[in-house]
Ligand binder design. Structure first.
Ligand code: FA5
Ligand code: MG
Length: 497
């Protein structure tokens, strides 16, 4: 977990819910779980216990909550703040002229009927069972912790990913199974919530699109090769061959499976090779389409925009897929992770009434793609009410965003001695967000050390206050910064330096 344990752990923590600046090991939230056990020298705390989570539960959290008209009980787990709940129901992905909706539609076109149905899920409140248990998250997975996830109460969270809906969609497909022309795949778009780092490509509320495709497994005992599922592999390969080819070179591991990214025991290599190839080609075509559209909007000739495009597959780990990958795109001088995917765990398909099917699933960050598509430089802009932003976008049209101005930023450092009890980095982020909201552009750890004699640990964070819409005065920034320091002292007992 992201405690102030070692500088290594801290660097890793930044990459937890992932993005480009991570070290080159595979580090999605789920991957880091397995790796981190070896990285931190401090004993692991049981994360799934509210008493050990570092955000104090304030008394007001124990009042019942109403979210989109529905009442919810609260308890010791509750940590969804008013500022986060204020984002619920905004429905950015439904507003025809919003860049997230334009992006959603563009991607949905790549997943057409009758194979795929395109859906949205408007209610972000889901059970911990659907968000974690059904997907095979271990009981002590850090993703379950109150430092990473917004809890409504012990059994209910604001979904942390669209994968919370996988089981329901697989069950829906299961009901179709014997009828031709019925969906065997889907896409679903929804708002998701995570306590996370603060920077230009991370926001605590963002949007994901999940997609999946299933095939009925055909078992034959008469195969010469001894491959019982050779027919399945053949059927999937036929679907793969029906997809267009593309000439873009994509880096990545040479084989679908290996010891670190294993084949599931229920599967044969040939069907997984075929399904993996289908998954990768489908997603590569999606990215190529995005870049082609972005290039057109910027008046760049097709060949040139494709020549510029660099994408790669990186092996990773998710509890609900194996093998698993992330797709990264080279953007503005760095690798940007845009999605995670893999071959769905057969246990999950079994629990979802489709034990006789095999398939793949992916989950992508809609903002990340929209940033590439429209050249939007800061993820906070998606929430802007400013007409100078909103008026630049038109339904079903990709355009090149013209920044209206970059207002000056105000850098302020906050340095403090940690109390004996650890403080979780996400709690520092949450305080900054609660105090400064969208007036903060990023927060970076710039220094940490242990006093040689007292052994006390000191941290220093640099907060960049910058409004997207106006010039922030130094007095305003000072006020905000004073409140951040005050709340760190009040809530965590740190000693400011
Ligand atoms: C997941 O959420 C998995 N559920 C994806 C998945 C689905 C895997 C189905 C396998 C099968 P991850 O935590 O990596 O994985 O997030 C997926 C994508 O969401 C990332 O690649 C990134 O594009 C986006 N994303 C993650 N965190 C943030 C954030 N704080 N702000 C904006 N986008 C984010
Ligand atoms: Mg990831």
């Amino acid at each position: 977990m992201r405690l102030f344990a070692t500088s290594r752990a801290l660097r890793i923590s930044h990459a937890r819910w992932s993005i480009a600046s991570r070290p080159r090991q595979s580090l999605s939230v789920y991957a880091s779980y397995t790796n981190r056990r070896h990285w931190s020298s401090t004993p692991r705390r049981r994360t799934a216990d509210p008493a050990t989570a570092s955000t104090p539960t304030d008394a007001s959290a124990l009042k019942p909550l109403t979210i989109q008209g529905k009442p919810y009980r609260t308890d010791q787990w509750t940590n969804a703040s008013d500022s986060i709940l204020a984002h619920v129901g905004r429905g950015l992905y439904l507003d025809e002229n919003h860049p997230l909706t334009i992006t959603r539609r563009l991607i949905e076109h790549q997943f057409p009927k009758p194979v795929y149905g395109n859906y949205v899920e408007k209610d972000p409140v889901v059970s911990t069972a659907l968000n974690f248990d059904v997907l095979g998250f271990p009981a002590d997975h850090p993703g379950r912790s109150r430092t990473d996830t917004y809890y409504i109460n012990d059994a209910t969270v604001l979904r942390t990913h669209t994968s919370a809906h996988q089981q329901a969609y697989f069950q829906q497909i299961g009901k179709n199974k014997d009828t031709r022309d019925k969906e065997s795949g889907y896409t679903v778009v929804a708002d998701v919530y995570r306590r996370d780092a603060i920077d230009r490509s991370h926001y605590p509320v963002f949007h994901q699109m999940e997609g999946a495709r299933l095939w009925k497994r055909i078992r034959s005992n008469s195969s010469d090769s001894g491959d019982q599922y050779a027919e399945t592999a053949k059927a999937i390969t036929e679907d793969l061959n029906a997809l267009p080819e593309h000439g873009v070179v994509v880096d990545g591991p040479s084989s679908a499976v290996n010891d670190n990214n294993p084949l599931q025991s229920q599967h044969t290599a040939s069907e997984v090779d075929a399904a993996s190839a289908h998954l990768k080609r489908t997603l590569e075509l999606m990215v190529i389409n995005i870049f082609t559209s972005a290039g057109k909007a910027a008046n760049i000739p097709l060949e040139e925009s494709l020549k510029e495009l660099k994408i790669r597959w990186v092996e990773t780990y998710f509890p609900f897929t194996s093998p698993s990958w992330e797709l990264e795109v080279f953007w503005q001088g760095d690798w940007l992770e845009i999605l995670g995917c893999g071959i769905i765990k057969q246990e999950l398909l079994g629990k979802s009434d489709v034990p006789d099917q095999i398939g793949w699933a992916f989950g992508l960050g809609l903002e990340r793609i929209a940033m590439l598509l429209f050249n939007i430089p800061d993820i906070r802009l998606f929430w802007s009410h400013d007409e100078r932003f909103l008026s630049q976008f038109r339904q079903d049209t990709v355009s090149c965003f013209e920044p209206f101005s970059k207002y000056p930023g105000c850098y302020k450092d906050v340095a403090f001695w940690l109390p004996a009890e650890s403080v979780h980095e996400n709690d520092v982020m949450e305080i900054v967000r609660d105090v400064a909201g969208d007036l903060v552009e990023d927060v970076k750890l710039i220094d940490e050390f242990t006093h040689p004699k007292s052994k006390r640990r000191s941290m220093c964070y640099r907060i960049n206050y910058r409004s997207l819409e106006r010039t922030l005065t130094n007095e305003e920034a000072n006020d905000l910064h004073g409140s951040v320091g005050g709340r760190l002292v009040e809530l965590f007992g740190v000693e400011l330096r």
